[in-house]
Design a protein around this ligand. Structure first.
Ligand code: SF4
Length: 274
C-alpha cells in the first residue's frame, strides 16, 4: 500500500529520483512529517473547505463548497504498475545518475516478498534503487533486499534508548544492531540524522552517534544532518491527529557545530540537509 509517488526528487540519494512512499511504519515519531504513512490501514484526509465566495461558479457549486471534503489516503498497487510508472522517467535517471527510492513509512515492514519482487523487476529494467529505512525490522528483511539495493538511507534518531522510546514508541537496540550488521555485510550506507530541536539537538547525542559509528567501523558514504521542519503539521489536523508543536528548527550555527563533531571523529562527507 502506497500513499504517494513523488517524481523529480533530489533529496533521497544521487541524481534525479522517483520516491515511492509506502504506508505503514513500526515507529511513531512525534515529529514525523509524513503522519499519513504511520498506519498500515487506509485513512482519510479531511479538508474543512469553506466557500470563499469567489463567485467563479456563479453559485452553482455553493452547496458542494460548504460540504466537508474527504480524500482517501493509501492505495494498493501492483509491482508491475509501480515499475511501469517509475520507468517513465528512466531517461532522467540515466542522465543524472539517479533512480528510485523506496521510502515511507517503512518499506521493509511491507510484505517482503512483494518488495523483493519489485526490486528484481526494477533491476531487470536497469533502474537502481535506494531504500530509506528506520532500521526497526528483523535483519532477515535487510538480507532479502541487499542483493538488489544500491544504498540504504539509514535513520539514526537518538542514542539514548529511553528517549528513543519516549519519542518514537520503540527503543533503539534493534536499529543500532541492524546498522552494525548492514555495515558488516558491506552495504552502501548513508546515515541520516533528523535534528529535532528539543529532542536530539545536543552535543552529547551527536558525540555518542559519532562514537557509535566510529567504534563499530561503520563507514557511511554520507552523513546527513536533516534539520526539523514543521511542514507536515497541517496533515495531522487533516487526519484528526494531535500534533506536538513544541519542536524547533536548529540554527545554522548549531548544525555547523554538529558537523564539526562528526569531523572531529574522523568522519567525512557530512552534509547539512538532504
Ligand atoms: S520512522 Fe519515519 S515514517 Fe516512521 S514514524 Fe518516524 S519519521 Fe515517520
Amino acid at each position: 500500500m502506497i500513499t504517494n509517488i513523488q517524481k523529480y526528487s533530489i533529496h533521497d540519494g544521487e541524481g534525479i529520483r522517483t520516491t515511492i512512499f509506502f504506508k505503514g511504519c513500526p515507529l511513531k515519531c512525534s515529529w514525523c512529517h509524513n503522519p499519513e504513512t504511520q498506519s498500515f490501514e487506509t485513512e482519510f484526509f479531511h479538508y474543512d473547505q469553506r466557500c470563499v465566495g469567489c463567485g467563479k461558479c456563479g453559485g452553482k457549486y455553493y452547496e458542494d463548497c460548504v460540504n466537508n471534503a474527504w480524500e482517501i489516503c493509501g492505495r494498493e498497487i501492483t509491482a508491475k504498475e509501480l515499475c511501469n510508472e517509475v520507468q517513465k522517467d528512466q531517461a532522467f535517471y540515466e542522465t543524472s545518475g539517479g533512480g528510485v527510492t523506496l521510502s515511507g513509512g517503512e518499506v521493509l515492514a511491507q510484505d517482503i516478498s512483494f518488495i523483493v519482487g519489485l526490486l528484481q523487476n526494477l533491476k531487470i529494467r536497469g533502474i537502481e534503487v535506494n531504500i530509506d529505512t528506520c532500521g526497526y525490522v528483523d535483519f532477515s528483511r535487510f538480507e532479502a533486499v541487499l542483493p538488489y539495493t544500491k544504498s540504504f538511507l539509514y535513520d539514526l534518531k537518538l542514542m539514548d534508548a529511553d528517549k528513543h522510546k519516549k519519542y518514537t514508541g520503540v527503543d533503539n537496540n534493534l536499529i543500532l544492531e541492524n546498522l552494525k550488521k548492514l555495515s558488516e555485510n558491506k552495504a552502501s550506507i548513508w546515515v541520516r540524522i533528523p535534528v529535532i530541536g528539543g529532542v536530539n539537538d545536543t552535543n552529547k547525542n551527536m558525540v555518542e552517534t559519532a562514537e557509535f559509528i566510529k567504534s563499530n567501523d561503520i563507514n557511511p558514504e554520507h552523513i546527513h544532518l536533516l534539520p526539523y521542519h514543521n511542514t507536515g503539521c497541517s496533515k495531522y489536523q487533516q487526519l484528526g491527529k494531535k500534533y506536538d508543536g513544541s519542536f524547533t528548527t536548529p540554527s545554522k550555527e548549531k548544525l555547523e557545530e554538529y558537523r564539526r563533531i562528526f569531523e572531529s571523529h574522523g568522519l567525512t562527507n557530512i552534509y547539512i540537509g538532504g
